[in-house]
Design a protein around this ligand. Structure first.
Ligand SMILES: *[C@@H]1O[C@H](CO)[C@@H](O)[C@H](O)[C@H]1NC(C)=O
Ligand SMILES: *[C@@H]1O[C@H](CO)[C@@H](O)[C@H](O)[C@H]1NC(C)=O
Ligand SMILES: *[C@@H]1O[C@H](CO)[C@@H](O)[C@H](O)[C@H]1NC(C)=O
Ligand SMILES: *[C@@H]1O[C@H](CO)[C@@H](O)[C@H](O)[C@H]1NC(C)=O
Ligand SMILES: *[C@@H]1O[C@H](CO)[C@@H](O)[C@H](O)[C@H]1NC(C)=O
Ligand SMILES: *[C@@H]1O[C@H](CO)[C@@H](O)[C@H](O)[C@H]1NC(C)=O
Ligand SMILES: *[C@@H]1O[C@H](CO)[C@@H](O)[C@H](O)[C@H]1NC(C)=O
Ligand SMILES: [Mn+2]
Length: 601
């Protein structure tokens, strides 16, 4: 549930989740009914905090002059280096009896090769893929203790066990005060008695909090944070593997500055073979597009020059980070009006930067994350509003993004989405005297506007003129299959995610929120259209909309156009032909000013 994103595939999960009908669950008080006693008197959230030093408890002073030490656990590293076997050293693994069919079934059900996971040790070794300099780094010898909050919903047992063992095996025991597992109302049997027995048999400082009903990621993290007692909160997913010495580099910046929020670098565990590799693009400095999709900005030259040095991160990927408990609550924790999942990483990131904090990525701290297969069936999320994502985003934008909201592609159309009461959030912003969004854009996310100019050429559903019921749709396919057509969303300007396309100033046609660009790989007849990572090189990913002829042209020469094959009810690319009605398309929103300025056609 890392945002993830960044996470190509995890992002897909977002919309997979969003496609399913959802059950509405969010009045704050209902949500927290089971925690109500605490909620009321624990509401330190909106107490005014004054100066930064008020945040420091008497018994915890930063010790910048303190001795440093080498926190590596060399014995554990040595033992790990000797391990051999399936998946050891983070190598790609394969079961002898595995078939493609079985793999697909597993991917649908679990999002990864669950049987393979069962055959890989929960204590498996990982390669040390940190920048070489990290091996020599020393950190303060006195570091604050952490509460690790690991939330899960129907997590696969061996994957959850591996997450726990990796954290415990690779953290200095004296730094972990407790590990709090938050169960977001799982219904798989193994997560009840068997999990409790396993924990009792293997760990001493791990406890489980069970939510009384499905509440979603945001509420689950909040419940974990309320239960935590250590000075620092570390939020993790339940399908991760912590690498050597991951914890001290996360904690030192916070020990030195309580308003520092720190993210590890997230590596990737392949869902088919459990191979560990470095996440691409490297570094994940996070940001957002005009749609408020999470995107990854390139590293800055100084980040590349000093690869082990922490660097500023405008927006967290979302799933894995460390923050001082007090700062978290000073910021009000997560906005409790956010439903289920989505937008919370923007909310927290904006608050951190605008309200006196800073956020860094730490290249010496590595945690690997299983990015699930796009085949994964949507979670059994309680039904309700299908547009909770937009509701969340709009809530965040309304409170934090000031005048920038006018640039958000869908904002005007989202006018009728009720975002609920924002009084508390706005009061918090004024109480903490937070800076403006303009300040944030200038000083922190300074390359967002350049990379993602605050306007687009066209966006929304792409509707065929030959058959007005048909719109271009991702069809929930794996990226291994071409996109297709589906019955159009009711609102063409602001459709559901699988039909929400954007034609960008980079001449890419991409889907809101998943960083995948439409690409045509051949010049043959009936060329299929694929979703592929955006390469910014034009050519097979170049698209241009001629709003007069309504042709949607691929490649700079404008000779090939998107076409619906009415018999097959599919989309392909063929030589342009204005007289072919099936080659003509409406797009929900078009910016004529921008489209008129086309120098390519
Ligand atoms: C494949 O082998 C593994 C152990 O080697 C076993 O646990 C699993 O059940 C087998 N799967 C099938 C489909 O036979
Ligand atoms: C994994 O390591 C822990 C010690 O950290 C040990 O208690 C446990 O038995 C090991 N499990 C396996 C399957 O190797
Ligand atoms: C944390 O939750 C557990 C289980 O619900 C409860 O027993 C404990 O009192 C809680 N601790 C805090 C500090 O809230
Ligand atoms: C479309 O369907 C026809 C007949 O149903 C078939 O011959 C043709 O190969 C199909 N084309 C594509 C691109 O799938
Ligand atoms: C263009 O489309 C029209 C209408 O479908 C068709 O009659 C004509 O043959 C097409 N022209 C070419 C060159 O394919
Ligand atoms: C028009 O295009 C040119 C170059 O193609 C670009 O520099 C300019 O900013 C564009 N103007 C508008 C209004 O989009
Ligand atoms: C349309 O594009 C122009 C640049 O060509 C931009 O200045 C303007 O803000 C855009 N309008 C909208 C509504 O996005
Ligand atoms: Mn995740």
């Amino acid at each position: 549930m890392l945002r993830s994103n960044l996470e190509l595939i995890a992002m897909l999960t977002i919309f997979i989740i969003s496609w399913s009908a959802l059950f509405l669950l969010y009045s704050v008080f209902n949500l927290y009914a089971p925690f109500t006693n605490k909620t009321i008197d624990l509401d330190p959230i909106f107490q005014p905090y004054g100066r930064a030093q008020d945040l420091l408890p008497a018994d915890f002073q930063p010790r910048p002059s303190e001795e440093k030490r080498d926190w590596h656990d060399y014995k554990a590293m040595e033992q790990d280096a000797k391990r051999v076997g399936l998946g050891e050293q983070g190598k790609a693994a394969k079961l002898k009896n595995s078939t493609r069919d079985l793999q697909l079934k597993l991917n649908e059900k679990y999002g990864f090769n669950a049987l393979l996971s069962d055959s890989i040790s929960v204590n498996r070794s990982l390669p040390d893929i940190r920048p070489p300099n990290c091996k020599k780094k020393l950190y303060l010898s006195v570091l604050p203790k952490v509460s690790i909050i690991l939330i899960f919903y129907n997590e696969y047992f061996s994957v959850l066990k591996r997450s726990l063992h990796s954290v415990i095996n690779r953290s200095p025991p004296e730094l972990i005060k407790e590990i709090i597992l938050v169960d977001d109302y799982s219904d798989r049997d193994h997560l009840h008695k068997p999990l409790e027995d396993y924990i009792a048999g293997h760990f001493t400082n791990v406890r489980i909090i069970r939510l009384p009903r499905r509440m979603g990621l945001i509420a689950a993290r909040t419940a974990g944070a309320r239960n935590a007692t250590a000075e620092i909160l570390v939020f993790l997913d339940s399908h991760i593997e912590a690498n050597h010495n991951w914890l001290p580099p996360l904690l030192e910046p916070i020990a030195l500055n309580k308003r520092m929020v720190v993210c590890p670098i997230i590596d990737s565990v392949n869902y088919n073979n459990f191979e560990l590799s470095e996440f691409r693009p490297k570094g994940h400095r996070g940001a957002f597009t005009r749609d408020l999709a999470y995107v990854i900005l390139g590293l800055l030259p100084e980040n590349i020059k000093f690869p082990s040095k922490p660097y500023k991160n405008p927006v967290m990927m979302g799933g894995l980070f460390a923050i001082s408990t007090q700062f978290f609550w000073e910021l009000g924790g997560y906005d409790e009006g956010l439903d289920i999942y989505g937008g919370e990483q923007f909310e927290l990131s904006f608050k951190i930067w605008m309200c006196g904090g800073e956020m860094y990525n730490v290249p010496c701290s590595r945690v690997a994350h299983v990015f699930p297969s796009p085949h994964k069936k949507p979670y059994n999320v309680p039904a309700g509003r299908s547009n909770y994502l937009f509701k969340n985003y709009k809530r965040v934008a309304e409170v934090w993004m000031d005048g920038y909201t006018k640039y958000i592609s869908w904002y005007y159309e989202a006018g009728d989405i009720d975002v609920g009461d924002l009084t508390k959030q706005k009061a918090l912003r004024s109480k903490l005297k937070c800076k403006s969004f303009e300040w944030y854009l200038k000083n922190v996310a300074f390359d967002v506007i350049g990379g993602y100019p605050p306007f687009m050429y066209a966006s929304g559903a792409i509707q065929n003129l030959g058959d007005a019921n048909m719109c271009v749709d991702v069809l929930r396919h794996d990226f291994l299959q071409p996109i297709g057509l589906y019955t159009c969303a009711e609102n063409l300007v602001f459709p559901q995610l699988p039909q929400f396309w954007t034609l960008t100033p980079h001449w890419e046609l991409y889907m809101h929120n998943n960083f995948m660009c439409l690409e045509v790989r051949t010049l043959k007849r009936n060329a299929p259209v694929w979703q592929k990572p955006c390469h910014r090189k034009g050519g097979n990913q170049f698209w241009n909309y001629d709003y007069k002829s309504r042709l949607l042209k691929n490649r700079e020469d404008g000779k090939r156009c998107l076409e619906m094959l009415p018999l097959n009810k599919t989309v392909v690319v063929n030589a342009c032909n204005k007289s072919n009605i099936y080659m003509r398309w409406n797009i929900g929103f078009i910016n004529r000013t921008a489209l008129q300025n086309i120098s390519y056609t």
